[in-house]
Design a protein around this ligand. Sequence first.
Ligand SMILES: [Zn+2]
Length: 310
Amino acid sequence: MSRPVPEERPADQTYGPVQVLFGEAGGRYPDGNTLWVAGDRESLLIDPSLGLIARGAGRPQVDRVVLSHCHEDHIAGCHLYPDVPLHVHEADRHGLSSLDAMLEIYSYGGAIEEAFRTVLVERFHYVARPDAQTFRDGSVFDLGGVTLRAIHTPGHTRGHCCLQIEWRESGAPRRLVYLGDIDLTRFGPYYGDAWSDLEDFERSLSLVREIEADWYATFHHIGVLEEREAFITRLDIFEGAIARRERALLEFLYEPHDLHEVVAHRFVYRPKDPVAFADAVERRSMSMHIERLLGRGTLRAVDGHRFVVA
Ligand SMILES: [Zn+2]
């Protein structure tokens, strides 16, 4: 996360029919960058972020709202569009049916979960949308001269999707792919929720690596990258975080340690990062690494609860 980011909201940027409405500090969490896509017949918003609230009456009026996935920062502006059809991948729809259902996606448990319940409502304006409509891998929204196609990329959540937007300019095809929370940061992939999966995430990264586009847009502060080379460079850094965590884990497990000690050591967050749910995320993320290293015979269990390099 060494890249300097502006303190304030950058000016919106236009790519053909796509306008990127940047959030505060270039979309750094808890804010994010919302895409406004306008065709000849219809327009839609992708991932209405907290930043839309500050725009007041200046925010766009649209025919639909489409979500890349069901997470608090991506739905924070949904309450501004209560009567606009809302679309999400079928595997993430559950989170919009009620606040309890939303909390199941994270499953932090205990006091952290209770605190997060309040955060979802008060900070991220969670409002249930049992009327939300679903889409699948390959579903297409035809806006008139502009299409948006869903590419199912699970791992971050079960229903996470990238959205590929295509149009023609002077007869030539143009493509912008919106990567959602495959956000290309140095922090790397987040797979710390109950609805996350490390190996699904890895398969999704292999899939997006093959996407050819003119622009690659992310929800958070990496913003929009032009050209494939810039994308691949960032993708390598992002994906490299998985191997970095696994290497650090193996180094730590040259001496036997139990899961509690692994969690306390911290491999996803830094020891001083003030993240309330860090323990839950460390436990879930590093359990998946341990599990597969046991499966490969790289680790072995000792005394029933500790792990060590075999
Ligand atoms: Zn997310």
